[in-house]
Write a protein that binds this ligand. Structure first.
Ligand code: ADP
Length: 547
């Protein structure tokens, strides 16, 4: 017997329709590439996203064709999120931090038909456009009078001219909820990048899951600042969850430095902000230097890389801001786990609570996870056993775009497919998962594993250390031994021996790195993560002391 409930497809267009109808006057504030602050509302975003829809129909792009963006977080990008996906085309968010060659490769691989870009990326577009013959339409996200006369890009249109004068009426199509809505390429640290192709259904379910109180806890009373870029896994799905709950959104545009982010948080009464640790480091640095406090910020979601304990402590204790340590992947839309404490843990001492907060957290409903050994056998949830982390759920990929890389899933005895995350983790009895490493970064010393994250966290707790990366170096006896590569804070001093002495008593002796290498900078990838492969190449002539 079937249930007798309305069967409505889960569509991205329903999010913007809801936000307009129920939260039409709630503000969307953006710092623009031009430098000024622009104010819009969910109502205006909805009307303009329908103009985008009409404009796309005018270009005669078929359903399923890809429309790319090369843009910062801002209102026009948000209009494209809803306008492109709502019509049944696929929004392809490009990462502007990629090398032009790689960018052109991705545009061609995705077979993008149109590309909309912020004016700050004009030089990048000028460098790649002739290498992207499949792109027929180039749109600059600016007013008509900001369009350069001699751009060298054939048929370049200004966004405002393109959508201006179009009807604000549009009937969103009743698509199959499983049809593709957007796509994002992983950074491809090994081999060519591969794309996750999201669907309307996966996006809507993720929007519900992410908004839950024990996940990101989004509500209509929030003012949310996604510092995490809209070109990286849809800003962790925040634009969709925000439309579902009708909160205010605040977009930082290109200004991600501590001063600009702080000013926006204060002036727009931001209650929740989300970003990677490197961004928060800039913000905290600025605040410490200038003796500043937050007046409205209550929560900050930190993910993308492990959040060091010093950062959690600074937010919690110095600034009264709760850190939600979160973990996810491009292949997971991206949310997998969020670290929100259970009632029993709230009664723990601050030190014991910090130990829990350091973990990447509990699975959001919709995501199942397990850890397995090399033979694929499930390992116990005791907080000690560590193994490959596998996940499954309706917002996790089954395969990559164009079947690239074959079937990525691993099948259990019941034939259920699990996605291997490439992370190594423990899970404790309360279901809190902790990443020990990416499997390719784990250091194997004398048959034992050393977590590079643990080694880095201790170095980061030293007041003179700005950034630390732990990598394994070949060792004749132990196979590999860890070294820590360190960037010092400006004006601060620490010697090799002082830093190694700092490890004493904080970790097992054999887990203390063999050496410290001081560098001016650690290479960061397009999504702000430390590039250990590049670092290893840079240190290829390095020899361990005594090796
Ligand atoms: P890429 O870096 O290839 O673009 P993603 O941005 O999807 O890929 O990154 C996913 C990976 O980032 C995870 O598999 C994990 O290794 C790492 N990661 C994400 N969040 C955290 C976190 N909170 N702690 C530690 N590692 C994290």
């Amino acid at each position: 017997m079937l249930g007798q409930m309305q069967n409505q497809p889960l569509l991205i267009s329903s999010l913007i329709t809801h936000a307009e109808r129920h939260h039409g006057s709630t503000e969307i504030v953006s710092r623009r590439v031009e430098g000024d602050i622009h104010r819009s509302t969910w109502g205006q975003i909805a009307r303009r996203s329908r103009q985008v829809a009409n404009a796309l129909d005018g270009l005669q792009l078929a359903h399923g064709e890809r429309v790319a963006t090369l843009a910062w977080n801002g209102y026009r990008h948000l209009e494209l999120y809803f306008g492109v996906s709502g019509t049944g085309r696929v929004l392809h968010t490009l990462n502007p931090r990629l090398h032009p060659e790689q960018l052109a490769w991705i545009v061609n691989h995705a077979d993008d038909r149109a590309l909309c870009f912020d004016m700050s990326f004009l030089p990048l577009v000028q460098a790649v456009h002739s290498k992207c013959p499949g792109v027929r339409h180039w749109v600059a996200l600016c007013d008509a009078d900001k369009l350069p006369t001699e751009s060298g890009i054939p048929g370049l249109m200004s966004y405002e001219t393109w959508i201006g004068g179009r009807s604000e009426t549009y009937v969103w199509p009743e698509l199959d909820e499983n049809s593709a809505s957007s796509m994002c390429y992983t950074s491809g640290t090994t081999g060519n990048p591969k794309a996750a192709l999201y669907s309307h259904r996966s996006t809507l379910l993720h929007a519900y899951g992410a908004a839950l109180p024990d996940a990101l806890g989004c509500s209509a009373r929030d003012s949310i600042l996604p510092v995490v870029p809209m070109f990286h896994v849809n800003a962790w799905g925040l634009p969709y969850s925000a439309a579902a709950v009708g909160c205010k959104l605040v977009f930082p545009g290109p200004a991600l430095d501590g001063k600009s982010v702080y000013e926006l948080i204060e002036s727009e009464k931001v209650s929740m902000a989300a970003g990677v640790p490197t961004v928060w480091q800039m913000l905290l640095g600025h605040m410490q230097q200038n003796g500043l406090k937050f007046s409205t910020l209550r929560r900050t979601v930190i993910g993308g890389s492990a959040c060091p304990p010093t950062m959690i402590n600074a937010f919690n204790h110095t600034y009264g801001v709760e850190v939600l340590h979160a973990w996810g992947m491009t292949e997971m839309s991206p949310l997998g786990t969020v670290c929100t404490l259970k009632s029993a843990q709230l009664a723990l001492s601050p030190e014991a609570q910090l130990k829990v907060r350091l973990k990447q957290g509990r699975a959001v409903f919709g995501v199942d996870m397990k850890i397995v050994d090399e033979a694929g056998h499930e390992l116990p949830w005791d907080g000690k056993a560590y193994g490959d982390l596998l996940v499954r759920g309706p917002w996790i990929i089954t395969s990559y775009f164009k079947g690239e890389g074959g079937d990525p899933l691993r099948y259990d005895a019941n034939g259920k497919g699990w996605f291997p995350t490439g992370d190594v983790a423990t899970i404790d009895a309360d279901g809190f998962m902790q990443i020990t490493d990416r499997s390719k970064d784990v250091i194997k010393s004398g048959g034992e594993w050393i977590s590079s994250i643990d080694v880095e966290n201790i170095a980061m707790a030293h007041p003179a250390v700005a950034m630390a990366a732990c990598i394994g170096m070949k060792h004749p006896k132990w196979d590999e031994r860890p070294i820590v590569v360190v960037v010092k804070k400006p004006g601060a001093e620490v010697s090799r021996d002082e830093l190694l002495a700092f490890y004493e008593g904080k970790t097992a002796k054999w887990q203390i790195p063999d050496d410290v290498v001081f560098v001016d900078a650690i290479p960061l990838g397009a999504t702000g993560k430390m590039q250990k492969m590049t670092l290893r190449q840079q240190l290829k002539d390095y020899v361990l002391p005594g090796a």
